[in-house]
Design a binder for this molecule. Structure first.
Ligand SMILES: C[S@@+](CC[C@H](N)C(=O)[O-])C[C@H]1O[C@@H](n2cnc3c(N)ncnc32)[C@H](O)[C@@H]1O
Length: 159
């Protein structure tokens, strides 16, 4: 019984600790995943970078649509689940377990995020250096001109 409690506490702390560096885990809804991929409007074979890739739902959908995709996820349990979930697409999907504020971002053609309001100004600073299109689920970049919106997903152009 005590080992079960210790296990549950360990899992809980993995999810709780993420709050120190970013948004909590919340799965992206299917319509938002589709809207984001449409808004990015990349060609098959191009690469999407997902910052905070959660359970791998977006990684899987992107790979199934023919894109290469890299996810950076802080929670090792979610990183493992997403790695396992996308195992059929090993050549297209890479999962990095780490903090996306401190991990160097690999080259990509577009960025997908689902974070929180309070992280958007810092993300804006990083995107100004990265210079690729950004799609953000639910949260807007303050002061930045919006290029398009669909199903609660916002596209911004950084060039
Ligand atoms: C709102 S969820 C998005 C989930 C994902 N899009 C999905 O559908 O499964 C935000 C995710 O970002 C992760 N996260 C938050 N801050 C992070 C950071 N600094 N570095 C890496 N991952 C982070 C959280 O663990 C969580 O899985």
């Amino acid at each position: 019984m005590s080992s079960l409690i210790a296990f549950a506490a360990g899992v809980f702390s993995l999810f709780a600790l993420v709050l120190l560096w970013g948004a909590p885990y919340l799965p992206t809804l299917k319509p938002q995943v589709h809207a984001a991929l449409e808004l990015l409007n990349l060609k098959p074979g191009q690469t999407i970078l997902e910052l905070g890739s959660g359970d791998g739902k977006v990684l899987l959908a992107a790979a199934q649509a023919g894109y290469n995709v890299v996810g950076i996820e802080l929670n090792p349990l979610l990183a493992f689940i997403s790695w396992f979930r996308t195992r059929k697409y090993r050549k297209q999907v890479r999962v990095i377990c780490g903090n996306f504020w401190t991990t160097p971002w690999p080259k990509a053609d577009g960025v997908f995020v689902f974070l929180l309001d309070r992280f958007m100004p810092k993300l804006d600073e990083r995107m100004l250096e990265y210079k690729k299109p950004l799609v953000s689920v639910a949260f807007q970049v303050p002061g930045k001109r919006l290029s398009e919106e669909r199903a609660g997903v916002y596209r911004y152009d950084y060039s």
